[in-house]
Design a protein around this ligand. Structure first.
Ligand SMILES: Nc1ncnc2c1ncn2[C@@H]1O[C@H](COP(=O)(O)OP(=O)(O)OP(=O)(O)O)[C@@H](O)[C@H]1O
Ligand SMILES: O=C(O)c1ccc[n+]([C@@H]2O[C@H](COP(=O)([O-])O)[C@@H](O)[C@H]2O)c1
Length: 208
């Protein structure tokens, strides 16, 4: 059975934290591929203006260029409605019945997952691969994993990797303040942000 990792995110923009997380998951679970699926209409960013999808999608493509097992997918952009993960996974299973899916996430998502649409369906349809993030301790994370495993019969693995204190918000703030973002995003993504004048407050935004 093929093992595919799903790296979902708003990717506004994609940064090295996302790439290290995906690479770690690929190696940790011996995945065949990792599919990067930018959220077309991110469920939890309601009310926040998010950079237009085509920019986020293109930066994702640029960030993973040349890595044969990383694939960018516009799967969620092909639907009109909000990008709910339970629905994405249902459709993926329908199209790829022979594939085992692993949903990759940081600790913040692990603690929020019960606020997602149909979390029981998310956890029934994919194994979760989780990395440390922010202030969450390993003990706290293990407790949450045990709780979700028991409640939803979920399969959740805590990956061993260093915490990477990076966020898209940090990149956006630095760009707006004319501070360097070199080495926080790939050179191609940095060039794209500069050439397109992104994150200066006047670019096209998708009102979510
Ligand atoms: N530095 C990081 N370490 C571990 N996981 C991360 C990191 N950055 C993002 N992730 C995970 O990647 C997924 C997508 O994140 P997202 O695209 O929202 O990035 P973000 O940096 O959290 O964005 P923002 O700062 O705009 O909230 C989430 O599951 C998130 O937990
Ligand atoms: O399905 C949901 O209700 C849901 C709510 C919040 C986040 N998600 C998914 O989790 C992934 C990370 O989301 P975010 O908001 O941290 O960029 C991305 O694939 C989202 O579609 C999904």
């Amino acid at each position: 059975m093929k093992k595919i990792g799903i790296m979902g995110g708003t990717f506004n923009p994609i940064h090295l934290g996302h790439l290290m997380l995906a690479e770690n998951a690929y190696d940790f679970c011996k995945l065949d591929e990792v599919w990067f699926i930018p959220s077309a209409d991110p469920p939890h960013k309601t009310g926040q203006p998010v950079l237009a999808y085509h920019h986020r999608s293109r930066m994702t493509e640029l960030a993973i260029e040349g890595i044969p097992y990383f694939v960018k997918s516009d799967f969620e952009a092909q639907r009109q409605e909000r990008s709910y993960t339970a629905e994405t996974l249902r459709l993926l299973h329908e199209i790829y019945p022979e594939v085992e899916f692993y949903f990759i996430m940081g600790a913040d998502s692990l603690f929020q997952i019960e606020t997602w649409y149909a979390p029981e369906k998310v956890m029934a349809q994919a194994r979760l691969l989780v990395a440390v993030r922010d202030h969450h301790s390993l003990e706290e994370m293990q407790k949450q994993i045990d709780y979700l495993t028991e409640k939803y019969h979920a399969s959740i693995e805590l990956m061993c990797m260093p915490g990477i204190d990076l966020s898209s918000n940090f990149i956006r703030q630095r760009t707006a303040n004319h501070e360097t973002i070199r080495f926080f995003v790939t050179e191609q993504v940095r060039d794209y942000i500069i050439k397109n004048g992104l994150y200066k407050g006047d670019e096209t935004l998708d009102e979510i």
